[in-house]
Design a protein. Sequence first.
Length: 303
Amino acid sequence: MATDTVAPEIKNEDSARGFGFVLTAYLLWGVLPLYMKAMAHIPAMEVIAHRILWSVPVAGAVLLALGRMGDVKAALGNPRTLAMASVTAMLITINWGTYVWAIGAGHSLDAALGYFINPLFSIALGALLLKERLAPVQIVAIGLAGAAVVILTVEAGTLPWVALSLTFSWGFYGFFRKTLPVGPNQGFFLEVLLLCIPALLYIIYLETRGEGHLYRTGVSDMALLLGCGFVTALPLMIFANGAKLLRLSTIGIMQYIVPTMVFLIAVFLFREPFGTTQMIAFSLIWAGLALYSWSMLRQSRAR
């Protein structure tokens, strides 16, 4: 009978439910370029404004259903939390804007490259800002990513700014997001809530000047823009609920699903050029990611 009073042990293990949630989120993110490509004729800033605005009711409805609006109210009354959320909101806006522009302008391969580099950049960021110790294998992996960037820069005569913008904005977003003292769903709602007024004013400005696409250009554009809230908010919230049911190492391996899908879509559906230089650069990145994954799995097994 004594065992009835003992608290159940919390196990760090994977669950089928968590795997299903995270896989669904990654698959939705993986096909997102197809949705963004359908809006390639709409300016990126207008698309971002609609992504922000229509995410508010979607995320708000989820929080109301979960009974977690109290966390948002508490955050709104905390100046420090609001300042931190403003920083993460700015970073996610930069990330979204770069991504939407890249897909529409035919730079989906650069977008895939950015998200392939991101895990290695996050390791470097932890070492530089949090003084985390790097294993030799991780140093080699980061070096391979750096070599890939150098090769692409020399070949193009300019930095691969799309890939680097996505890498830096998402990497720093993840870094600062860790310090935001609210849950992932609440934090996302807080970010889009802070951004929704400027987004709404920008949409009104475009519509009054006859430059917007919400009413002027037909039902298809209206449906795509209104749907931005669902394609933005739902994968994030599905992922947030699945991530807590999986080991960090499992999530780390699964994160390659998205850039792999974007890469395949860019090459085989969008027919973006993929020459020898790109092959060498991506091969270096993939080798670095393989080393990183091997190191991460070894550490997980050791623990």
